[in-house]
Design a protein around this ligand. Structure first.
Ligand SMILES: Nc1ncnc2c1ncn2[C@@H]1O[C@H](COP(=O)(O)OP(=O)(O)OP(=O)(O)O)[C@@H](O)[C@H]1O
Length: 262
């Protein structure tokens, strides 16, 4: 099954081309990383996938629904969203458990009745990420890394088919970052794992569970496919405009930086 099918998508704002003729298919069973510099169009592509922006040209099909011919709000219920920005959007006085439960309703704060089943499920998700002991702590008092784990559990509460991770490790120290990455690795390997889409400009965050990568430069796809074939020194030099060398270690790519390429 195709999870995302993007055909000939271009997006222009104020005469500025932001996405240029993007073609991309993501099949079930694959987990993708989207790589590109600041301003290369990563967030814009995510907005197309979640239907918050509309392409100037081309077609978008997500989880079998063609945008323009479906109820996008229904599709969004199957898409989980985790970003670093979400850390600041939750109510600091809600407990970690309440924040996780709110994922069921895709709401900020808890406004609906919750059941014993919801509380158990949220508790189990926190436990999966080693956070059970913090379930009654106020969200605002948690560390950045703990908040991000709570937000991952929150996204999984609604059992999404597609999980979008938009720079989830932004602002985390190396220990917290590795903990969140380990949780993602574990999530992607679950039997009922959602398809994961990880957006970053730090390629060393691409865990072994990610199978494919799409490299963007100035709104254009310069490489897309199996990660070892796409995350090459040549492609990343092209994408980043500096001399870089990629080295793989334990199936993770690491980057060494040389001189600027003109
Ligand atoms: N709604 C909009 N109107 C006009 N320009 C926009 C709009 N959204 C994005 N852009 C521009 O499109 C380009 C791509 O932005 P986008 O946020 O998609 O990049 P990005 O790869 O996600 O960058 P970052 O890593 O900094 O988040 C940028 O130059 C940005 O200023």
């Amino acid at each position: 099954m195709k999870v995302i099918e993007i055909e000939g998508v271009s997006w222009t704002r104020n005469d500025k081309p932001i996405l240029k003729q993007v073609d991309w298919t993501l099949q079930a069973g694959e987990h993708w990383a989207i790589i590109g510099l600041n301003g290369s169009g990563k967030t814009s592509l995510l907005k197309m996938i979640t239907g918050y922006e509309w392409p100037s040209r081309g077609s978008i099909r997500v989880l079998g629904h063609t945008y323009g011919r479906c109820e996008i709000r229904e599709v969004r219920k199957k898409i989980g969203w985790v970003s670093s920005a979400l850390r600041d959007e939750m109510y600091p006085s809600d407990t970690a458990l309440e924040v996780v439960i709110s994922g069921k309703f895709a709401s900020i704060g808890l406004w609906d009745q919750t059941s014993e089943v919801d509380r158990d499920k949220a508790g189990n998700l926190l436990e999966r990420f080693g956070m059970a002991r913090l379930k009654d702590e106020r969200f605002g008092t948690l560390s950045q890394g703990e908040k991000q784990k709570v937000l991952l559990a929150r996204a999984l509460m609604a059992e999404p088919k597609l999980l979008i991770l938009d720079e989830p490790c932004f602002g985390l120290d190396i220990k917290a970052r590795e903990e969140v990455l380990t949780d993602l690795e574990q999530t992607g390997r679950l039997e009922q794992a959602p398809t994961m889409l990880y957006v970053t400009h730090h390629i060393e965050e691409i865990q072994p569970v990610f199978t494919h990568a799409l490299v963007l430069r100035d709104g254009e796809v310069i490489a897309a496919g199996e990660k070892h074939r796409t995350l090459t020194s040549a492609n990343l030099r092209d994408a980043f405009g500096i001399d870089v060398q990629v080295e793989w270690s334990d199936d993770r790519p690491w980057i060494k930086v040389g001189n600027r390429v003109e």
